[in-house]
Ligand binder design. Structure first.
Ligand code: ASP
Length: 324
């Protein structure tokens, strides 16, 4: 009864604000996939992660419940996770081999197929907002490094010093790798963040933000800012955000491939996501994906022992989970 009342009020409000028919909304998030076990994560840590995941869901829910757009919901939700030191995005990002932080992010709008992405960002607090600005205020899709920072200043962003992104945990993780003299980068410590939202106008948006992989070198860029790899949205199929070993996701054209399976093979979102994760496993990659289709069906698939994840729907249905 409570939910019915909520939905009737919500529908009435959104109708008043928009000429379009009102639909239900939904929002799904991830905070990275990886090797995680109940034993390796103290109850206190689990509680902290759940707290931020719930806060992120509530921020997104509040945008959508007030008839906001899916892109606003994606940006605001991701900012909550970028601002938390727990995740490998914004504050809390992993370090490069040189001991700096270089951030990547992207967004895509499923209605217009507009997209914006940034990579190698050293001085913008919330790269997801910059990715959105690239989509909305530039003629381009993808900006990198110094040019992206120059564009940020022109758009009124206040730059921060790279030291803002420093967290002791991530610094220690780099030192451990350097001590082992391991050449390879690693995504043992996960925490890339992502969000997909379906708004009450029936539009879908997706976004992803990351620090990339611990100990990355030579200006390495992963899948997260690459449209069709780490992020994709199309109102005709769904929206997707990925997390995992980026090199594999790029080679698979991961998120665009899921959308293609839905479009051409008529797979439902869960089947398409599951099939793509199977392809990832066959290739030797690890990670996961979240997705949302035009009817608000949620997919949260991964081949690791855990993925920080959750969703919320109009009417109050909500879930937050960490382990398999
Ligand atoms: N996909 C990210 C990258 O390869 C990392 C991650 O999601 O853990 O940069």
């Amino acid at each position: 009864m409570k939910y019915l009342l909520f939905f009737v009020t919500f529908s009435f409000l959104c109708s008043a604000l928009s000429a379009q028919p009102v639909k239900k909304y939904a929002l799904v998030i991830h905070g990275g996939a990886g090797v995680m076990s109940q034993e390796s994560m103290t109850p206190k840590m689990q509680k902290e992660y759940r707290l931020v995941l719930n806060r992120a869901l509530e921020v997104g829910d509040s945008v959508l419940a007030h008839c906001g757009t899916c892109m606003d919901a994606v940006e605001k939700t991701i900012i909550v996770m970028e601002d938390s030191p727990l995740f490998n995005a914004g504050k809390g990002a992993v370090f490069t081999h040189e001991g700096t932080v270089e951030l990547d992010a992207s967004v895509m709008d499923g209605k217009s197929l507009g997209a914006g992405a940034v990579a190698g960002i050293k001085d913008v607090k919330n790269p997801i907002s910059l990715a959105r600005k690239v989509m909305e205020k530039s003629e381009h899709v993808f900006l990198t490094g110094k040019g992206a920072s120059q564009f940020a200043v022109e758009q009124g962003f206040k730059l921060v010093d790279n030291s803002y992104f420093y967290t002791e945990n991530r610094y220690k993780a780099l030192q451990e790798l350097l001590k082992k003299e391991r050449e390879a980068t690693t995504n043992d410590k996960h925490g890339t963040v992502g969000c997909v939202a379906l708004d009450s106008y029936g539009n879908i948006a997706a976004g992803t933000s990351t620090g990339g992989m611990n100990n990355k070198k030579y200006g390495r860029v992963g899948d997260s800012p690459i449209i069709g790899a780490g992020t994709y949205a199309n109102n005709a199929t769904g929206g997707f955000s990925c997390t995992g070993h980026g090199e594999y996701y790029i080679r698979l054209g991961f998120s665009r491939d899921i959308s293609a399976m839905m479009e051409y093979l008529k797979d439902d979102i869960q089947t398409a996501c599951r099939k793509e994760v199977e392809k990832l496993t066959k290739l030797g990659g690890t990670g996961g994906v979240i997705g949302l289709d035009k009817n608000g069906n949620v997919a949260m698939e991964f081949n690791t022992s855990g993925m920080f994840r959750g969703y919320i729907k109009s009417g109050g249905e909500r879930k937050v989970a960490i382990f398999k």
